[in-house]
Design a protein around this ligand. Sequence first.
Ligand code: ADP
Ligand code: MG
Length: 501
Amino acid sequence: MKFHKIADFCDAVIETSSTMVLALDPDGKIIDITPNARDITGYSISEIKGKNWFDIFISHEERKSSYEYFRNMIIRGKTPQYVNRILKKNKNEIFIEWNHKIYQDSADNVIGVLAVGYDVSERIKTESELKKERFELIERNKELTCLYGMAKVVEHPDVTLQEILQSVTALIPPAFQYPEIASAAIHLDRQLYCTAGYEQSKHKLSEKVFVQGKKRGKVKVVYSEEKEKSTDKTISFLKEEHNLLKTIARQLALIIEKREADDKRLELEGQLRHADRLAKVGQLTAGVAHELNEPLGNILGFAQLADKNSDLPEQVYKDIKNIIQSALHAREIIKKLMLFSRQMPSKKKRVNLNTLIEDALSFIEPRFATTEVEFIRELDQSVLEITADPSQLTQVLVNLAINAVQAMPKGGTLTIKTLAENEHVVFTVQDTGIGMDQETIKQIFLPFFTTKDVDQGTGLGLSVVHGIIVAHGGEIDVHSHIGQGTRFEIKFPANSTNKEE
Ligand code: ADP
Ligand code: MG
């Protein structure tokens, strides 16, 4: 029979090659098969010859579809190359690439199929590994894009931490398997930053954010349950994604830590610059005050002399009185300027701050009896004595208290506190008044800076306070917010080594 001859011929040709050739009848029965099939499949030729190919080599699950494919091929007369999975005798899977040729008799009846099969398991394995690697590369690329994006966001010096966190949330979903249904959120210090449409979901991955060992919040990725229904995917997180979120949390912690350190540094620099500026203004002021003090003394002296003269016209007498008044006023201002620029000698001795405050308040409080301001004292009895000029300290308290009362035209509370700290005695004056904005805070210690009407303030109160505090080796800090009030905090060294003067 013609077909048999061809198969025999193939046998001969193929024997030495690693391609097996088999002749199947139109039903899939193995008519003949080259001997090397034994090496590829593990079956001896006698074991399989005469049996149905599909029964032996195709797994139960794929048998029907595979047979149908074969039959279709015969019916249509088309023989595309294809790869399928077959089972070896030991039930291991291998992949075979098939080329077929259909044989017909002279009446065009199909008499058999010649199938040439090449074991491509190695190739398929490599391909699937490549695919896996590609998948991993894509995932890795997403990760890197996300982390790179984070690095980029931080680069800009002008963006605030809040803006950074907001931008980072947007970078997270694309780094995950199903970005279309993912959203992300960052919680930091009870603040929430999130992508649009963020909502709670049972499909979530969360990592805590620790900044310098302290838990500050967390970063979260969620898959929307609602949108999940519209996809045919089963949602889960990969191990790599767990790791990625851990990395993101760590990066966030570093960003936050760096930002906060930078802010702190900027603030310190600002304070230094401010102190420097005040020192320069102080020098200038000291010079001016000194120069004016002498001529002013003369003006006052001569005016007082003239005033003693009894036979002056009434008008001249009045004018002289005005000169004296103005000169005295000018002398007050100069005295304050000198206090600010630390040109005033101070008479320091051991003072108990609490007693001093009580004394000063007993004389200030009645002056403000008509206002709606309530005075509160919280004096820490354990504060140690400090070395200070009592009259200058009184002036500090008076200036701060007047400002506070003026800041509370509708009433409020004025709290005066002392506190013993390790190395310091802390003294705070806090009001519930109008507060100040940052621009104002920057200038309050400058002489003549005032936001008040002419008859309300000269802008020298806090300059004087500042001069006195610095002359006592202390520090003054101000915290204020518009509409929330102001707190002045003064620190004196507790064991002041300043000698009594
Ligand atoms: P003056 O009281 O004469 O204006 P100061 O040197 O005492 O001058 O204060 C300077 C400025 O600081 C004030 O004009 C005011 O704007 C602001 N200020 C000081 N203390 C307070 C306070 N307790 N609350 C709000 N603003 C204050
Ligand atoms: Mg004042």
